[in-house]
Design a protein around this ligand. Structure first.
Ligand code: ADP
Ligand code: ADP
Length: 227
Protein backbone atom coordinates (compact mmCIF):
# COMPACT_ATOMS: atom_id res chain seq x y z
CA UNK A 1 0.00 0.00 0.00
CA UNK A 2 1.35 3.40 -1.01
CA UNK A 3 1.08 5.99 1.77
CA UNK A 4 2.85 8.91 0.06
CA UNK A 5 3.13 9.56 -3.65
CA UNK A 6 4.54 12.70 -5.25
CA UNK A 7 4.45 13.11 -9.03
CA UNK A 8 6.46 15.87 -10.67
CA UNK A 9 6.13 18.28 -7.78
CA UNK A 10 7.43 21.80 -8.39
CA UNK A 11 7.29 24.56 -5.83
CA UNK A 12 8.29 28.11 -6.58
CA UNK A 13 8.45 31.02 -4.16
CA UNK A 14 8.63 34.05 -6.43
CA UNK A 15 11.85 33.54 -8.40
CA UNK A 16 13.16 30.83 -6.08
CA UNK A 17 12.63 27.18 -6.95
CA UNK A 18 12.30 25.13 -3.76
CA UNK A 19 11.24 21.85 -5.41
CA UNK A 20 12.23 21.12 -8.98
CA UNK A 21 10.28 18.08 -10.13
CA UNK A 22 10.12 15.67 -7.22
CA UNK A 23 8.61 12.22 -7.67
CA UNK A 24 8.77 9.67 -4.91
CA UNK A 25 6.76 6.98 -3.15
CA UNK A 26 6.63 5.73 0.41
CA UNK A 27 5.00 2.38 1.18
CA UNK A 28 3.10 1.47 4.33
CA UNK A 29 5.44 0.44 7.11
CA UNK A 30 8.52 2.12 5.69
CA UNK A 31 10.73 4.48 7.66
CA UNK A 32 12.22 6.99 5.24
CA UNK A 33 14.75 9.70 6.03
CA UNK A 34 15.22 12.77 3.86
CA UNK A 35 18.60 14.47 4.08
CA UNK A 36 20.42 17.19 2.19
CA UNK A 37 22.14 20.54 2.63
CA UNK A 38 20.39 23.59 3.98
CA UNK A 39 18.13 25.17 1.36
CA UNK A 40 17.75 21.99 -0.74
CA UNK A 41 13.98 21.85 -0.19
CA UNK A 42 13.52 19.46 2.74
CA UNK A 43 11.12 21.66 4.71
CA UNK A 44 9.21 22.49 1.57
CA UNK A 45 8.83 18.77 0.89
CA UNK A 46 7.57 18.18 4.41
CA UNK A 47 5.08 21.03 4.09
CA UNK A 48 3.76 19.57 0.83
CA UNK A 49 3.32 16.09 2.32
CA UNK A 50 1.76 17.50 5.49
CA UNK A 51 -0.70 19.51 3.40
CA UNK A 52 0.53 22.70 5.01
CA UNK A 53 1.37 24.22 1.65
CA UNK A 54 0.47 23.43 -1.97
CA UNK A 55 2.73 22.69 -4.94
CA UNK A 56 3.00 25.12 -7.86
CA UNK A 57 2.50 22.07 -10.10
CA UNK A 58 2.45 18.30 -9.74
CA UNK A 59 0.45 16.12 -7.41
CA UNK A 60 0.77 15.01 -3.81
CA UNK A 61 -1.18 11.97 -2.64
CA UNK A 62 -1.29 10.79 0.95
CA UNK A 63 -3.12 7.63 2.02
CA UNK A 64 -4.78 7.53 -1.42
CA UNK A 65 -6.06 11.10 -1.25
CA UNK A 66 -4.94 13.67 -3.83
CA UNK A 67 -4.39 16.67 -1.55
CA UNK A 68 -4.90 19.03 -4.50
CA UNK A 69 -8.55 17.97 -4.64
CA UNK A 70 -9.27 19.17 -1.12
CA UNK A 71 -10.24 22.71 -0.24
CA UNK A 72 -8.73 24.38 2.84
CA UNK A 73 -11.32 22.97 5.23
CA UNK A 74 -11.05 19.50 3.74
CA UNK A 75 -7.28 19.67 3.90
CA UNK A 76 -7.28 20.72 7.56
CA UNK A 77 -9.62 17.86 8.38
CA UNK A 78 -7.57 15.34 6.39
CA UNK A 79 -4.41 16.49 8.12
CA UNK A 80 -5.84 16.08 11.57
CA UNK A 81 -7.21 12.64 10.84
CA UNK A 82 -4.42 11.04 8.85
CA UNK A 83 -1.13 12.88 9.34
CA UNK A 84 0.79 13.29 12.58
CA UNK A 85 3.59 15.83 12.71
CA UNK A 86 6.43 16.18 15.19
CA UNK A 87 8.50 19.35 15.08
CA UNK A 88 11.98 20.23 16.30
CA UNK A 89 10.64 22.68 18.88
CA UNK A 90 7.68 20.53 20.04
CA UNK A 91 4.96 23.17 19.40
CA UNK A 92 3.10 22.29 22.59
CA UNK A 93 0.52 24.62 24.07
CA UNK A 94 2.15 26.23 27.12
CA UNK A 95 -0.99 26.75 29.16
CA UNK A 96 -2.25 23.18 28.92
CA UNK A 97 -0.83 20.25 30.92
CA UNK A 98 0.66 17.30 29.04
CA UNK A 99 -2.54 15.22 29.04
CA UNK A 100 -4.66 18.03 27.58
CA UNK A 101 -2.05 18.82 24.93
CA UNK A 102 -2.40 15.24 23.74
CA UNK A 103 -6.18 14.90 24.19
CA UNK A 104 -6.87 18.11 22.26
CA UNK A 105 -5.71 16.51 19.01
CA UNK A 106 -8.63 14.06 19.17
CA UNK A 107 -11.13 16.60 20.47
CA UNK A 108 -10.39 18.71 17.38
CA UNK A 109 -11.60 15.81 15.22
CA UNK A 110 -14.79 15.47 17.23
CA UNK A 111 -13.86 12.79 19.75
CA UNK A 112 -15.71 13.34 23.06
CA UNK A 113 -13.48 14.78 25.78
CA UNK A 114 -13.63 11.78 28.12
CA UNK A 115 -12.72 9.34 25.37
CA UNK A 116 -9.93 11.63 24.16
CA UNK A 117 -8.48 11.91 27.65
CA UNK A 118 -8.62 8.15 28.11
CA UNK A 119 -6.69 7.52 24.89
CA UNK A 120 -4.26 10.34 25.71
CA UNK A 121 -3.48 8.71 29.05
CA UNK A 122 -2.94 5.33 27.37
CA UNK A 123 -0.48 6.90 24.97
CA UNK A 124 1.40 8.80 27.67
CA UNK A 125 1.61 5.50 29.53
CA UNK A 126 2.95 3.64 26.47
CA UNK A 127 5.52 6.38 26.01
CA UNK A 128 6.60 6.13 29.62
CA UNK A 129 5.45 9.57 30.78
CA UNK A 130 2.05 8.92 32.36
CA UNK A 131 3.43 10.31 35.62
CA UNK A 132 3.90 13.67 33.86
CA UNK A 133 0.30 13.96 32.69
CA UNK A 134 -0.56 16.98 34.87
CA UNK A 135 2.72 18.79 34.19
CA UNK A 136 2.82 21.89 32.03
CA UNK A 137 5.31 21.97 29.12
CA UNK A 138 7.58 24.51 30.82
CA UNK A 139 8.26 22.04 33.65
CA UNK A 140 8.97 19.07 31.35
CA UNK A 141 12.44 18.14 30.13
CA UNK A 142 13.14 18.41 26.40
CA UNK A 143 12.86 14.65 25.98
CA UNK A 144 9.56 14.58 27.86
CA UNK A 145 8.21 17.42 25.74
CA UNK A 146 9.06 15.57 22.58
CA UNK A 147 7.41 12.41 23.88
CA UNK A 148 4.26 14.42 24.62
CA UNK A 149 4.46 15.82 21.10
CA UNK A 150 4.80 12.29 19.68
CA UNK A 151 1.79 11.16 21.74
CA UNK A 152 -0.21 14.08 20.37
CA UNK A 153 0.83 13.20 16.82
CA UNK A 154 -0.31 9.59 17.34
CA UNK A 155 -3.71 10.40 18.89
CA UNK A 156 -5.70 9.95 15.70
CA UNK A 157 -3.73 6.87 14.58
CA UNK A 158 -2.27 8.65 11.56
CA UNK A 159 -1.39 6.76 8.39
CA UNK A 160 1.81 8.79 8.32
CA UNK A 161 4.00 10.24 11.04
CA UNK A 162 6.14 13.14 9.82
CA UNK A 163 9.08 14.27 11.90
CA UNK A 164 11.06 17.44 11.22
CA UNK A 165 14.42 17.30 13.05
CA UNK A 166 12.71 15.58 15.99
CA UNK A 167 15.93 15.36 18.00
CA UNK A 168 17.39 18.69 16.87
CA UNK A 169 16.64 20.49 20.13
CA UNK A 170 17.50 17.63 22.48
CA UNK A 171 20.63 16.60 24.37
CA UNK A 172 22.10 13.35 23.14
CA UNK A 173 20.53 11.15 25.82
CA UNK A 174 17.00 12.48 25.22
CA UNK A 175 17.66 12.34 21.50
CA UNK A 176 18.50 8.63 21.75
CA UNK A 177 15.26 8.03 23.68
CA UNK A 178 13.22 9.74 20.99
CA UNK A 179 15.04 7.69 18.33
CA UNK A 180 14.26 4.49 20.26
CA UNK A 181 10.63 5.58 20.35
CA UNK A 182 10.55 6.17 16.58
CA UNK A 183 12.15 2.77 15.98
CA UNK A 184 9.59 1.08 18.25
CA UNK A 185 6.73 2.82 16.47
CA UNK A 186 8.03 1.74 13.08
CA UNK A 187 8.41 -1.83 14.33
CA UNK A 188 4.71 -1.92 15.17
CA UNK A 189 3.92 -0.72 11.66
CA UNK A 190 3.90 3.08 11.84
CA UNK A 191 4.98 4.64 8.55
CA UNK A 192 7.59 7.35 9.16
CA UNK A 193 9.00 10.22 7.13
CA UNK A 194 11.85 11.95 8.93
CA UNK A 195 13.54 15.12 7.70
CA UNK A 196 16.93 15.63 9.29
CA UNK A 197 20.49 16.91 9.06
CA UNK A 198 21.64 14.19 11.43
CA UNK A 199 23.12 11.11 9.74
CA UNK A 200 22.96 9.22 13.04
CA UNK A 201 19.21 9.77 13.30
CA UNK A 202 18.74 8.73 9.67
CA UNK A 203 20.82 5.57 9.91
CA UNK A 204 19.35 4.53 13.26
CA UNK A 205 15.70 5.09 12.46
CA UNK A 206 15.25 4.76 8.70
CA UNK A 207 15.25 1.85 6.29
CA UNK A 208 15.60 4.10 3.25
CA UNK A 209 17.46 7.34 2.68
CA UNK A 210 16.41 9.96 0.15
CA UNK A 211 19.09 12.57 -0.48
CA UNK A 212 17.99 15.93 -1.79
CA UNK A 213 20.06 18.48 -3.68
CA UNK A 214 18.80 21.68 -5.30
CA UNK A 215 15.14 20.76 -4.95
CA UNK A 216 15.52 17.32 -6.49
CA UNK A 217 15.98 13.74 -5.39
CA UNK A 218 19.71 13.26 -5.93
CA UNK A 219 20.02 9.70 -4.61
CA UNK A 220 18.06 6.98 -2.86
CA UNK A 221 19.56 4.12 -0.93
CA UNK A 222 18.50 1.30 1.36
CA UNK A 223 19.85 1.51 4.91
CA UNK A 224 20.92 -1.49 6.92
CA UNK A 225 19.05 -1.79 10.19
CA UNK A 226 21.29 -0.99 13.17
CA UNK A 227 20.85 -2.35 16.66
P1 ADP B 1 15.71 23.11 3.61
O1 ADP B 1 14.59 22.73 4.51
O2 ADP B 1 16.33 21.96 2.92
O3 ADP B 1 16.71 23.99 4.28
P2 ADP B 1 13.72 24.78 2.34
O4 ADP B 1 12.65 23.88 1.87
O5 ADP B 1 13.50 25.53 3.59
O6 ADP B 1 15.10 23.98 2.42
O7 ADP B 1 14.06 25.85 1.21
C1 ADP B 1 14.27 25.52 -0.18
C2 ADP B 1 14.47 26.79 -0.97
O8 ADP B 1 13.24 27.50 -1.04
C3 ADP B 1 15.46 27.76 -0.35
O9 ADP B 1 16.17 28.40 -1.41
C4 ADP B 1 14.61 28.74 0.40
O10 ADP B 1 15.25 29.98 0.49
C5 ADP B 1 13.35 28.78 -0.46
N1 ADP B 1 12.15 29.06 0.35
C6 ADP B 1 11.61 28.19 1.23
N2 ADP B 1 10.50 28.71 1.77
C7 ADP B 1 10.34 29.93 1.23
C8 ADP B 1 9.39 30.99 1.38
N3 ADP B 1 8.35 30.87 2.20
N4 ADP B 1 9.56 32.09 0.64
C9 ADP B 1 10.59 32.21 -0.21
N5 ADP B 1 11.53 31.28 -0.39
C10 ADP B 1 11.41 30.15 0.30
P1 ADP C 1 -7.96 25.67 9.75
O1 ADP C 1 -8.25 27.11 10.06
O2 ADP C 1 -7.20 25.46 8.49
O3 ADP C 1 -9.14 24.76 9.92
P2 ADP C 1 -6.77 25.71 12.32
O4 ADP C 1 -6.21 27.09 12.29
O5 ADP C 1 -8.00 25.42 13.05
O6 ADP C 1 -6.90 25.17 10.82
O7 ADP C 1 -5.65 24.72 12.84
C1 ADP C 1 -4.33 24.78 12.40
C2 ADP C 1 -3.55 23.78 13.21
O8 ADP C 1 -3.55 24.14 14.59
C3 ADP C 1 -4.15 22.39 13.13
O9 ADP C 1 -3.11 21.45 12.97
C4 ADP C 1 -4.87 22.19 14.43
O10 ADP C 1 -4.78 20.84 14.85
C5 ADP C 1 -4.16 23.11 15.37
N1 ADP C 1 -5.12 23.78 16.26
C6 ADP C 1 -6.23 24.43 15.92
N2 ADP C 1 -6.85 24.96 16.98
C7 ADP C 1 -6.10 24.62 18.03
C8 ADP C 1 -6.21 24.85 19.41
N3 ADP C 1 -7.20 25.53 19.96
N4 ADP C 1 -5.27 24.35 20.19
C9 ADP C 1 -4.28 23.64 19.67
N5 ADP C 1 -4.09 23.40 18.38
C10 ADP C 1 -5.00 23.86 17.57
Amino acid sequence: QTIVRLDGVHKEYGDATALDGVSLEIQAGEAVAVMGPSGCGKSTLLNMVAGLDRPTSGTVQVHGQDLGRLNETGLALFRRRHIGVVFQFFNLIDDLPALDNVALAAQLTGTPARQARRRALELLDELGIADRKDTYPAALSGGERQRVAVARALMNRPALLLADEPTGALDSRSGEQVMDLLIDLNQIGQTLLIVTHDPHLATRCASRLIEFADGRVARQSALEPTA
